[in-house]
Design a protein around this ligand. Sequence first.
Ligand code: AMP
Length: 226
Amino acid sequence: MTERAVRLIVLGKQGSGKGTQCVRVAAHYGIPHISTGDMLRAAVNSGSGLGARVRATMEAGELVSDDIILEVIRARLSEPDAAGHGFVFDGFPRTVGQADRLDEVLAPAAIDAVASLEIPTEVVVARIAQRRTCASCGRVYSLTAPPRVQWVCDFCGGEVVQRADDTEEAVARRLALYDTQTAPLTARYRDLGALVPVDATGTVDEVAARLIAAVDARLAADEVGA
Ligand code: AMP
């Protein structure tokens, strides 16, 4: 594997398997998995000032302001594991405005690849109804693939629960927002030549294999072009 920093974004609507796949990708490339949703949930759970500012917005399934998100991202990227080593972003950027501001934060470096997990909405609605999440570390389970011990996280021992924003109403709101605000990001990164579409149907292993092969091809093309 190359020693270069790998800077990735994974896009995909709620329930596309994005969180699970980001964990795989992070382990494969040896880079931190940076999930803005997980960081904001941790802030809410810890009762921090940031948590108090974002709680109501998150529970309604609305987007937190770009200013708050960029503040969280800048702080995270300054930590030693991310600074200079690369990352995989999960749930960020969510809007074209956030993507523009990310470019400024990263300059003169740039994003290497943006994988877009492609999956029909009917499939994700069914998946989200079944989804259960560790309240401490954010690992994702489901009613059909629960933790080994009833609702205790296999990785950290945290409590595995249904997310407060996985109600039918909030899910519908988030899927609509994805279409209007996040889908335009695919066009932006396609125009920049960084977009890697990935078929996200099938098992976790199948999707992970496709995703890593597609990102590797993109990184190799970049090296040839560099
Ligand atoms: P997620 O876990 O990615 O589905 O995020 C859960 C919630 O956190 C979202 O519905 C938003 O309220 C908030 N959130 C996470 N990431 C972002 C972001 N990049 N921009 C705005 N809001 C975000």
